[in-house]
Design a protein around this ligand. Structure first.
Ligand SMILES: *Cc1c(COP(=O)(O)O)cnc(C)c1O
Length: 428
């Protein structure tokens, strides 16, 4: 495949944008080469600046669950745009999408819209701290909750009591309030709670981890976290920015039948426009300004274009009772096809999958947490990535990312993808 124009555009971009990208995951740092510049997209396909057609397994990192340029979403945005793009005043559509979200998601009474998943998680933690009057939070190594300071803390070694900043610019003062636990390790969480009595405001996690590949919660892990939170007056925050409106209408809360105290959204809820949201029961949400003392605001929050895209998206998802079954079946089909292609060529691998989230790891052991995800063979991944790209299949340029399956994929697309894996597997 020819990427001449993409490469030239990247050189130009690098001169005026740090690293040539507005979000680091878009750069090809982990796999080598230069990013593909996309020109347009429709359904399951991306069309790049060199005229290549790629089958897309990133789907804007999740939002395009119904495919690119999905007509009801596009039409809703175009219609709204003609009537003004921002007012800084309340609009009816904000209530409409809030009503729909509250109807679809279990256990929430009120929802507040923001502009990104980062903002949603950052605000949820502030609310949890304000509500409980406690400062510390527990997060899990390998879980991503956006780029706000409290979350940019990575696992050092073993039982960490005080986190160490892993991005310069995050102060020690902030880092010391973020405690790190191992995903799927309830004993580790208990130790942290015991070591910090009456200090922990919340535990935040991805109920299915999606930012270290796809890692399902172990049997009873979510239930045990719920019980620990209840016993210690800690709020449980599900970061459903990835899983919300993807794993079920009501997200992971519905799929696993475990209630969180605060739920964060992003990605699908915006239908491809910049939207995040956080939601909880009345008692908690009423702690938020202007009703309560915890401040949170946004000039463009609830923006009419963003709300139009989100409302159109959620409406489609709400009205399509077969959507999640179709997504499950397509992803299971892909899972089986990839596994067979890799096995036939004796490629050591582990595939994790929950619903329409799937990841391929080049390691024989189960991938259950950050450490087991990190030990996969990155050289094999690089060859896999570039091999697939050459075959017209676009997966995320990092071994730590989940593939997002869109309903726009046909079985022919899935067969083409599996055929491509068969070709690439011979080179691994
Ligand atoms: C993408 C993501 C975020 C951050 O959302 P942005 O819109 O990129 O700020 C937070 N949490 C999870 C689980 C995510 O996948």
């Amino acid at each position: 495949m020819n990427y001449t124009r993409s490469s030239a555009l990247f050189v130009q971009a690098e001169k005026v944008i740090p690293g040539g990208v507005n979000s680091p995951v878009r750069a090809f740092k982990a796999v080598g080469g230069t990013p593909i510049f996309v020109k347009e997209a429709k359904g399951a396909y991306l069309f790049d600046e060199d005229g290549n057609r790629l089958i897309d397994y990133i789907n804007s990192w999740g939002p395009m669950i119904l495919g690119h340029a999905h007509e009801p979403v596009v039409n809703a945005v175009v219609d709204k745009a003609k009537k003004g793009t921002s007012f800084g005043m309340p609009t009816e559509i904000e209530t409409q999408i809030a009503e729909l979200a509250v109807a679809m998601v279990p256990n929430i009474d009120k929802i507040r819209f923001v502009n990104s998943g980062t903002e949603a998680c950052m605000s949820a933690v502030r609310l949890a701290r304000g509500f409980t009057g406690k400062d510390k939070i527990i997060k899990f190594a390998g879980c991503y909750h956006g780029h706000s300071d409290s979350f940019l803390i990575q696992a050092g070694s073993g039982a960490v009591t005080f986190g160490a900043p892993n991005s310069p610019g995050v102060t020690q003062g902030t880092a010391k309030d973020t405690l790190l636990a191992r995903y799927n390790d309830i004993e580790n969480v208990k130790q942290l709670i015991d070591a910090n009595p009456n200090e922990i405001a919340c535990i935040i996690l991805e109920p299915v981890a999606g930012n270290m590949g796809c890692i399902p919660p172990k049997e009873a892990f979510l239930e045990d976290l719920r019980s620990l939170c209840d016993a210690h007056n800690i709020l449980l925050i599900f970061d459903e920015v990835m899983t919300g409106f993807r794993l079920a209408k009501g997200g992971a809360q519905e799929l696993f039948n475990v209630n969180a105290d605060i739920v964060c959204f992003g990605k699908v809820i915006g239908g491809g426009l910049p939207v995040g949201a956080f939601a909880a029961r009345n008692e908690i949400m009423e702690y938020l300004a202007p009703l309560g003392p915890v401040y949170q605001a946004g000039t463009l929050s609830g923006n009419p274009l963003a709300m139009a895209a989100g409302l159109a998206m959620l409406t489609e998802i709400h009205n399509d009772s077969e959507l999640f079954n179709r997504l499950e079946e397509k992803t299971a089909y892909l899972h089986k096809g990839i596994a067979e292609a890799l096995q036939a060529n004796n490629v050591t691998h582990t595939i994790n999958r929950v619903g329409s989230m799937i990841s391929v790891h080049f390691d024989k052991d189960p991938v259950v947490d950050f450490d087991s995800a990190a030990k996969g063979n990155n050289d094999t991944f690089k060859t896999f990535f570039h091999g697939l790209l050459n075959e017209g299949i676009y997966i995320a340029p990092s071994a730590f990312e989940t593939w997002f399956i869109t309903d726009a994929l046909s079985y022919k697309d899935l067969d083409d993808t599996i055929a491509a894996v068969r070709v690439v597997a011979k080179t691994l």
